[in-house]
Ligand binder design. Structure first.
Ligand SMILES: [Zn+2]
Length: 256
């Protein structure tokens, strides 16, 4: 069974039924789809109710949180708490300095990120983390809050920070565009396979010219990991499934 631990099913410009069906045909049997804001979290939950392969993560994207009032953010934390039996992970959360928001709103991003990390710890759910140009800040917050079940999605920090992620017992999810990306290939070389997971981040980061990206493409991550580690595809599939189940071990019977 293949697993895509990070995508945005609702943002793919195709009917969800078709996307999930095509993934199923390629043996992609668990698709963790991310919520990025209140309206989107609600949609993610609704999709997950319909398809047993779809595993909902609810969160707050760092740039989205800048448009919300404190009360709205607290209300979302409450919404997740209330739905804790249906929510399998907290994500997508994190820090993003893409738009040079260090001056305008970075403190708020850090505050909101910390609140969601604490919620994940309290609910004993894995935390799926986005970081862009703020990798060290993200690690420092997670360490200070003693987060244990962490997936670093598309982590682009320096190798020194990659090592720190591994040392903390956290996971790195490798996107399908590792097919071409030297940077992610270097991460795969550096990191023991026991710390790896696979993702697509679809509809973004397509491994091919064909857009949009889709969960079925996660197989490309597995293939590249097999090539780099000198293992069979079957062996990689088994190890990544084990890694996934370690993190999502409480997963409901009716899911995978
Ligand atoms: Zn994402």
């Amino acid at each position: 069974m293949y697993v895509d631990v990070h995508c945005h099913l609702d943002m793919i410009d195709r009917p969800v039924e078709e996307v999930v069906e095509n993934a199923r045909k390629k043996n992609v049997k668990a698709i963790v789809t991310q919520g990025v804001n209140p309206a989107n979290n609600w949609v993610v939950l609704k999709i997950a109710e319909k398809f047993k392969e779809v595993i909902p993560a609810l969160g707050m994207y760092p740039l989205d949180c800048l448009n919300l009032k404190d009360e709205e953010i607290d209300a979302e934390l409450d919404f997740i708490k209330k739905n804790k039996d249906k929510v399998f992970a907290i994500g997508e959360i994190g820090l993003d300095l893409k738009e040079d928001s260090r001056e305008k709103g970075f403190e708020k991003q850090k505050d909101v990120f910390s609140k969601f990390v604490l919620l994940g710890i309290k609910l004993k759910k894995p935390i799926i983390v986005h970081s862009r140009k703020a990798e060290l800040d993200v690690i420092e917050i997670l360490e200070s809050l003693e987060a244990k079940k962490v997936i670093m999605h598309c982590f682009s920090g320096k190798m020194k920070l990659v090592d720190r992620v591994v040392k903390n017992g956290w996971f790195l999810s490798i996107p399908a565009n590792v097919k071409y990306s030297q940077q992610f290939q270097d991460v795969v070389k550096r990191v023991p396979i026991e710390s790896l997971l696979c993702e697509t981040d679809s509809p973004y980061l397509s491994p091919d010219k064909e857009f949009p990206n889709k969960p079925e493409n996660v197989v490309e991550s597995y293939k590249k990991i097999a090539e780099i580690k000198g293992l069979s595809l079957k062996k990689v599939e088994e190890i990544i499934e084990e890694n996934f189940k370690k993190l999502f071990r409480y997963i409901a019977e009716d899911k995978i």
